[in-house]
Design a protein around this ligand. Sequence first.
Ligand SMILES: [Zn+2]
Length: 374
Amino acid sequence: MADEVVLHLRGPVLLGPDREISEAWVAGGRILHTRPEVPRGTEILELDGVVVPGLADLHCHLGIGNGGGGTSLAEARAQALVDRDTGVLLIRDAGSIIDTRPLQDEAPGALGEGLPRLIRCGRHIARTRRYLIGYAHEVEPHDLPATVAAEARRSDGWVKLVGDWIDRDAGDLTTTWSGEDFAAAADAAHAEGARITTHTFDEETLPLALDAGFDCLEHATGLTAETTARAAEAGVPVVTTLVNVEHFREYAEQGQRKFPAYAAHMRRLRESRYTRTRDALDAGVQLLVGTDAGGVLGHGIIHDELDELARAGLDGTEILTAAAWAPRAFLGVPGLEDGDPADLLVVPRDPRADHRALRELEAVVLRGSVVHRS
Ligand SMILES: [Zn+2]
């Protein structure tokens, strides 16, 4: 204890969208709202700036390399460090090819060590030949419930089902499962005490996932006024991935010659991305930030995703809510209350006034240790 560095955060400390305290301390890995008793001679490091919870990325693939395929564990660790040093201290992966469990044990030590808190989804589950090659367990409906149950048991309480994909016979996006399949998958996850989310681009998939009781929606580019209202009513959040949706233009170009209907569909989904996102928030849908880093997109892009949310018309408070407070509440991960594990960022100005302040990290504190400083 005598060798421990105590942090004095000179604040303000943002506990929530409209709740703040003027200062706080970090000792024993925890944030404290009152000055702790410390032994004489304890080093106290003063940090000036606005304090916010570590950012969350709810759709991040650790262990998938550029262009697809599983990485080594060392490469997955390097991906997590890139994300961490942009301020991401909480990751819900949205499917990984490799077993990333060993990354959950790395606590902060020397400067540079220590990985974000990781909540794993297991491996993606998709219909046979209806997803990127080599990513998913590819199954048929009769094997779906058992596969969902198995992934629920080996994950950290989340399963991800790929709900739609290009159908080369139809020449367009189509839903890959029946309503009964979605229901059976959700029931299998829930029976294991897990939650289930779905990758979905297409309009037709959303009613099925909502009917089935899915807990979360990834991308959800096919939201209509009707399914937006249903998601809001059911309290089912949407993980944004707008950087990925920007790339729909390239997917459309690649498919243009052989699949013109698909290409036109993807362009429509891309063009409506900002209004759809803003409309969802206005209708009461909880937005959660996800980057879809890993595979096609590189890691370290959370601030690009936040910029996209600003283009969709979200203000700084709404962006910080989607990136920090709401995902922590949704996943049951503490924030900055007295005694919570100290996973926080210090930035020079208030990100509620301008979200770009989150790019200007003065310090990244992970479980009480300063792991990164500008
Ligand atoms: Zn993804």
